[in-house]
Design a protein around this ligand. Structure first.
Ligand SMILES: [Fe+2]
Length: 244
């Protein structure tokens, strides 16, 4: 399995607070069956702007050194959406303060809780026509989005992909995020399972429990696609394999 969304870079957001904690998170993920994590610090969100790509890359390199071989630490960002985002993405790859996932054409984007469908449609359209592949982080926590399956379907039809959170699938965040997540899975509108882990205890890494829930209800093939095949295509910068 490969985890595309986690806050393991120390000291840059509300995730890991130290290298010790970051290494412990990587070990938990490895023990749970993950071979790689893409570190996705918050970007362009409130106090966590994190526009210095060199600084973030140095932290990821240091974490990889401390974790050692056998588990890969890759770098990306969880990019909060605002009206200036398209301009910033337009500066890539040489400039710009946002990080695609593992240097690919995939971008993990976090819609604002006060966003609108019209703005989202504009953003997804502009990104896809310029060759980006936007992945919508945890639609189950975006109040104007997840309860409306048709709205999610419209964004997916425009080229958006979606990532649900492992602890939403398992019900650890309560019934509403779980039921919205399951409805998305029922509708075939989910492309990735990721941990969005922040620490070792309250929001820990690990996809296995959610993988098992998905395998039980939607089949082993779906679980493997969401936790392994699709994330692997992202870090290898390939199109997602066809769902069969
Ligand atoms: Fe996150």
């Amino acid at each position: 399995m490969i985890d595309l969304h986690c806050h393991i870079l120390p000291g840059v957001d509300d995730g890991a607070r130290s290298f010790t904690e970051a290494v412990a998170m990587c070990r938990l993920a490895a023990d749970d069956g993950c071979e790689a994590m893409v570190a996705t610090p918050h970007q362009r969100r409130g106090e966590w702007w994190n526009a210095d790509r060199g600084q973030l890359a140095a932290l990821a390199d240091q974490l990889q050194d401390e974790v050692g071989p056998g588990f890969r630490v890759l770098l990306g960002g969880e990019i909060h959406v605002d009206s200036g985002l398209l301009d910033e993405i337009g500066k890539l790859p040489e400039g710009g303060g946002v990080l695609p996932l593992a240097g690919s054409r995939y971008l993990l984007i976090e819609f604002d809780s006060m966003g609108t469908e019209a703005d989202a449609i504009h953003l997804i359209h502009e990104l896809t026509v310029t060759g980006w592949r936007p992945i919508v982080a945890h639609p189950e926590f975006i109040p104007w989005l997840a309860p409306d399956l048709e709205r999610v379907a419209r964004l997916v039809a425009l080229g958006a992909l979606t990532q649900v959170t492992a602890m939403s699938v398992t019900g650890d965040f309560g019934r509403r995020p779980q039921s919205d997540t399951w409805a998305l899975l029922d509708a075939g509108l989910v492309h990735f399972l990721a941990s969005d882990s922040h620490n070792t205890r309250r929001r820990p890494p690990g996809l296995r429990r959610a993988y098992d829930v998905v395998a039980d209800r939607w089949g082993e093939r779906t679980a493997r696609r969401l936790a392994s095949d699709n994330p692997r295509a992202v870090v290898e910068n390939r199109p997602l394999p066809e769902a069969v």
